[in-house]
Design a protein around this ligand. Sequence first.
Ligand SMILES: [Zn+2]
Ligand SMILES: [Zn+2]
Length: 345
Amino acid sequence: MKCVCCGENHIICPGDITSRPSELFAPCPSCNPQIRSKDSPVSPDEVVNGPCRCNRRFIDDVMADLYQVLFREGALKGTEPLSSLGTPLICPGLFLRRPPMLPPRSLLLISDLIPVSAAQVAYRDVPELLGIVYHSHEIPGPGDVTFGREPSIREGYLLCGCDVRADIFLSGKGPVIVIKKQADMHIEFPKGIDPKVVSVEEQVRHRHPDVFVDACAGPGTLGMTAAIFGVPQIIMCDVWHASVWSAIQTIRVNQKKLGITEIRICEDIGRRPSVWSGKPALICTASGNGVQIKLYNGSYEFLGPEIPSGNRLTVFDPFDKASFRKNDQFLNEWAQKIGGEVFIP
Ligand SMILES: [Zn+2]
Ligand SMILES: [Zn+2]
């Protein structure tokens, strides 16, 4: 699928996955992956392996190449260990049992030490690089937002390339693909089996809801899982603009798999405040093949009239689960006002 940010065709769709997703990063018989120590620097004189004839290159060689480019550009002194470059994220993200062989434009680096000029040279010279995002070591986004309290906002920014990437979660009904604009979203490392996705599967199979409410939707992982498991009405809601933007892309990428025929944008999320903790505004609707998804920007505290009638199931997946769980009063009120079952995955 074409990326709406950079226009390149670098976003994987469920239909593109014909074999096991991990095959994307598996070595061919000619690949020769050699693990490097991440605690040592890379010598400027070393001749680092280029891509294999399958056009993929071992991640450690890609990082070493990147290291040398950044050294030449003066961004590194040459004494720093390889690990100091930052956190590499593969695109698409999925659980792997061994380090990946990287095809072109499949590595996003999260870093706090690379200047823009050096990042741009790296993007030009290292074909596997999709982009470099600067952020400090804090989690991007507003965290858990309560109405009436000023949120503190943390956002990263893109130094070069593109930061829109997919994560693949495996479910009993095939892969669930979730899209993120990574600069503004927290990092998730998909595990072999994601416990949150599994808990949505179990709840949906057990309770057969007509309506699934993903109250802190983020990029839409849990709402999308419920849709794939056949819940006819999905409500997603989030306060953070980047989450809502990402959830729209998540709906788009899963459109064919769900049989969605119409996606309508009701309001441009790019023109809304970065955090909106007031009454939810309808941003996007998607429908077709017996499923309807409505995506809102705002606080779940004010959801109510928007939620269709029927057997309801609500998932709350806040950042700070421990303090959320203690909020019995809110959960009781929710159960009374909205009805149906509530769970925290
Ligand atoms: Zn892109
Ligand atoms: Zn190869």
